[in-house]
Design a protein around this ligand. Structure first.
Ligand SMILES: [Zn+2]
Length: 138
């Protein structure tokens, strides 16, 4: 059964409530819809060093790889159909540049954020990160 953009945002919003964000108090959640229909979520995980903070999108991407059900060859890449991002204190909450690069690694088609009214806003990934550097460039 297809997942709507609003439902994917709901998954991201739920994940944001797990955020570890004691320094910024800016909880963010992400939900990745994968080609096989799975949804993998993540939240931001901050660090006292600040620089080692990991965004929700990259936490989700790490889980996507680490929690695959079947053993895979090292070079096999899952494909992200859509990535929803919710900041509990900001809408829209767009992915940062680092996260755009990581989402691009897995051929993300589009990103869904909350508009100012809370409705889903779908953004083509090529609009978010034009001329991206990716596996095809190597
Ligand atoms: Zn980020």
């Amino acid at each position: 059964m297809a997942v709507s953009d609003a439902e994917l945002l709901d998954h991201a919003r739920a994940a944001a409530h797990s955020a570890y964000a004691p320094y910024s108090d800016f909880p963010v959640g992400a939900a990745l819809l994968l080609e096989d229909g799975r949804i993998v979520t993540g939240c931001n995980v901050e660090n006292a060093s600040y620089g080692l903070t990991i965004c929700a999108e990259r936490t989700a991407a790490g889980r996507m790889i680490a929690e695959r059900e079947e053993a895979r060859t090292a070079g096999e890449r899952p494909r992200i159909i859509a990535a929803a991002v919710v900041g509990l204190k900001a809408a829209p909450c767009h992915p940062c540049g680092a996260c755009r690069q990581v989402l691009g690694e897995f051929s993300c088609d589009r990103v869904i954020v909350e508009g100012s009214s809370g409705d889903p806003v779908s953004i083509s990934f090529t609009d978010l990160l034009p001329h991206a550097f990716g596996p095809d460039a190597l």
